[in-house]
Write a protein that binds this ligand. Structure first.
Ligand SMILES: Nc1ncnc2c1ncn2[C@@H]1O[C@H](COP(=O)(O)OP(=O)(O)O)[C@@H](O)[C@H]1O
Ligand SMILES: [Mg+2]
Length: 308
């Protein structure tokens, strides 16, 4: 495998705000790489610097060994870009949009290329439809294929599935996986844990302009070092003394809306929980055991929950 994206010490300020703070990482050719983080974390800024659309204050981006800055035109034909908010000219049809985007690269789409893009996005029937008649999922898929008109090797997708229902989201994942199977390298941003976990081979968790962890989703979860997650609620609020005693015997307890125990031995932890609750006359409700997820990694690393 060879490194196709090499980012070192990327930094960007907006006035006093350090939006991107010495971000470094590399991506292998053919990877699906995800930036996962809450709104305002710096995902779009990072991506746009890599795409040559925003100038960094420091650091460097190499795409296939070629520096993006100071002359982004040199990488224009290497990359495909889907911006975070794409709004299409409503008086154009799907086909006209694709022809227009190709012309921005000085290209003329052949009938075959057009067919293949439309078929990838499942938009064959919509070729002559005006873009304002498309569903949310169809618009997002059109946005993805507009990033492909110049046959790029590296594809940037900024929140390609935000606002879509789960079914439409899965359809977009299929397109992204198809691109990967054709040897493309894909860099996307998301604030959906599920997307990062299911689609991305490696994920960089970004918070307040800094990468706080970077690895395969499962490895990040394994690094938590906890085998089971036990969630429960109680009939009356639990005192901190109770939680402290529970934590000492059963495993780490996080208390938010409900309560969560992270334990290596779930059977033992549940035993302790039920016994302590009985002693205190507390009734435990909605007891649920699951595997830890990327959500939990995020919470552990940032102290925050990632919610829409
Ligand atoms: N052009 C800009 N001028 C000033 N501040 C900006 C600008 N663009 C983004 N920011 C700020 O920089 C931070 C990172 O934004 P952004 O990169 O869009 O994050 P994300 O894509 O993760 O939501 C946010 O606090 C945002 O308000
Ligand atoms: Mg963004």
């Amino acid at each position: 495998m060879s490194i196709i994206v090499d980012v070192q010490d990327l930094t960007k300020r907006y006035g006093d705000l350090l939006a991107v703070n010495k971000v470094s990482f590399t991506i292998e050719q053919g990877e699906i790489f995800g930036f996962l983080g809450p709104n305002g974390a710096g995902k779009t800024t990072c991506l746009e610097i890599m795409e040559g659309l925003r100038k960094p204050d420091g650091g460097q981006v190499l795409l296939k060994g070629q520096s993006v800055w100071p002359d982004p035109k040199k990488v224009k034909n290497l990359i495909g870009v889907q911006l975070q908010s794409t709004s299409f000219y409503e008086e154009l049809t799907v086909k006209e949009i694709l022809v227009l985007f190709a012309s921005l690269y000085g290209r003329k789409l052949s009938g075959l290329q057009l067919d293949s893009l439309l078929s990838m996005a499942g938009l064959e029937e919509k070729r002559n439809a005006y873009t304002n008649s498309l569903s949310g999922g169809q618009k997002q898929r059109l946005a993805i294929i507009t990033a492909l008109v110049n046959e790029p090797e590296i594809i940037f997708l900024d929140e390609p599935t935000t606002g879509l229902d789960p079914q439409a989201r899965r359809r977009s994942w299929e397109i992204i996986q198809e691109l990967q199977s054709k040897g493309k390298t894909i860099i996307l941003t998301t604030h959906y844990m599920e997307e990062a976990e299911n689609l991305c081979e490696r994920v960089a968790i970004i918070d307040q302009g800094k990468i706080v962890a970077i690895d395969q989703p499962q490895k990040l979860i394994d690094q938590l070092g906890k085998k089971a997650k036990i969630s429960f609620a109680s009939t009356r609020p639990l005192e901190s003394l109770f939680l402290a005693k529970l934590g000492a015997e059963a495993g780490q307890v996080n208390s938010g809306e409900g309560h969560v125990i992270f334990a290596n031995d779930p059977a033992q932890a549940i035993g302790v929980l039920l016994e302590k609750a009985k002693q205190e006359g507390i009734i435990i409700k909605n007891l649920h055991v699951s595997s830890p997820s990327l959500d939990d990694v995020f919470l552990e690393l940032t102290g925050k929950e990632l919610r829409d």
